[in-house]
Write a protein that binds this ligand. Structure first.
Ligand SMILES: Nc1nc2c(ncn2[C@@H]2O[C@H](COP(=O)(O)OP(=O)(O)OP(=O)(O)O)[C@@H](O)[C@H]2O)c(=O)[nH]1
Ligand SMILES: [Mg+2]
Length: 395
């Protein structure tokens, strides 16, 4: 499972990336600081099922803090996208190929209006962030259209011998699009039956529908610590849809996580507050107090963890499943308790889980056991969120 960070230059993508991964991608107050993509691991935060056992877990990937399990998810940070990138403006849109595998996108936008769509500094409150909010999905649709258009003449010839959906799926399979998805998209609109009859606007409409399926977007209204962001937020919610927007301060999250790393404060990503662990120098104390008053107390959190979780659970409908080898101890063969936590699509089955563990588990699958009840599950049963499962396989 992968998430891509996209947005206009200078909106705070790399700061968000650093806050979520604790890596050190270059950031700066100018457009096009990032050119090559940054790849890192972020985490989805869930209540760990170890509390049911009354025992600490030993994650092989990710980590557990208190009652919270942090399940890894790959995060990509790419170059900034400007209006008409598809015509070659800015750095163009080819770099979006770096996020081909992403299942969803976080659109980081500068909610304070301090920078425009090109990432130029215009002074706080001098640009309407709703403008940025609207152009991005169009650019992504143009990128998808470009993938199709590149092969259009050979595609329209091939369609003579195959179904339209099969033909159109091939160039889109890299985006995680299946033939069923394409079929579904084709049914939703009135596209000409023969691909050779499709004009430019049909192709763009198709690309936009495919974009919605393969790259659903949630908006991080970033720089919420700035005064003008608060004024813009309501309008952003009205114009772009309340359910698609999370108020974020990537800079605040980064500052809190760095202070926690140095044991200056106690703070778990996503927390509503932090606790000072030692007396801090005046400057640092004031900076953290500013975050407390202007971000945490006003918005309940910095938004970084909230939007990652929202993408995972609201946008992608994922569930967390814990595979184990020992059904009583909920451990692997070496006694590690709940060593793995996997993110799977809602509706996944024990056989999907087996395939995720290793192809040999799927090939030699015999049965799955729900470790809470001891009951056997059939290969095609629907797994529940937080299921603890033992897969039985042939030797
Ligand atoms: N006030 C405030 N500033 C932020 C926040 N997040 C990022 N910034 C600032 O915004 C500027 C741009 O940040 P970057 O993370 O480099 O932005 P980017 O989107 O990666 O930029 P490009 O790589 O050039 O596309 C920097 O000066 C950051 O310090 C935030 O939450 N609040
Ligand atoms: Mg950047």
């Amino acid at each position: 499972m992968e998430i891509g960070l996209v947005g206009a230059p200078n909106s705070g993508k790399s700061t968000f990336f650093n806050a979520a991964t604790m890596l050190n991608a270059e950031t700066g107050n100018r457009p096009f600081v990032t050119i090559k993509p940054n790849e890192g691991i972020a985490y989805v935060k869930v209540k760990c099922v170890h509390s049911e056992l009354g025992q600490k877990c030993n994650p092989r990937h990710g980590y557990c803090k208190g009652e919270w399990r942090f399940v890894p998810i790959k995060l990509w940070d790419v170059a900034g996208l400007v209006p008409d990138a598809y015509k070659g403006k800015g750095l163009g849109n080819r770099f979006l190929n770096d996020i081909m595998q992403a299942s969803a996108l976080i659109h980081v936008l500068d909610a304070s209006g301090s920078t425009n769509c090109e990432g130029e500094i215009v002074g706080e409150g001098n640009f309407d962030p709703c403008v940025t909010g609207k152009f991005l999905t169009k650019e992504i649709a143009h990128w998808i259209k470009g993938i199709l258009a590149k092969n259009w003449s050979s595609l329209s010839k091939r369609v003579e011998s195959e179904s339209v959906s099969a033909t159109l799926t091939k160039p889109l399979s890299g985006l995680g699009i299946t033939e069923e998805d394409v079929h579904d998209v084709l049914r939703k609109a009135d596209f000409p039956e023969r691909v050779s009859q499709w004009n430019d606007s049909a192709l763009l409409e198709f690309a936009e529908l495919v974009r919605k399926k393969s790259k659903p977007v949630m908006i991080a209204a970033n720089k919420i610590d700035l005064k003008s962001s608060k004024e813009n937020l309501e309008r952003l919610r009205e114009e772009l849809g309340k359910e698609n927007i999370v108020a974020v301060s990537a800079e605040a999250e980064l500052a809190l996580r760095k202070a926690a790393e140095q044991n200056l404060i106690e703070y778990i990503p996503g927390d509503t507050d932090f606790k000072e662990l030692k007396e801090l120098p005046e400057k640092q104390k004031n900076a953290l107090e500013f975050i407390r008053e202007n971000v945490l107390q006003e918005f309940g959190c910095t938004g970084v963890q909230k939007i990652i979780n929202s993408v995972a659970f609201d946008l992608l409908n994922l569930i967390v499943v814990y595979p184990v080898e020992d059904q009583n101890k909920w451990s692997d063969s070496k006694g590690n308790v709940l060593p793995d936590a996997y993110l799977l699509k809602k509706g996944s089955t024990p056989l999907d889980l087996a395939a995720k563990i290793h192809s040999s588990f799927a090939e030699k699958f015999v049965a799955a056991i729900d470790c809470r009840t001891g009951q056997k599950l059939s290969h095609d049963a629907e797994l529940e969120n937080n299921a603890v499962i033992k897969i039985q396989k042939r030797n």
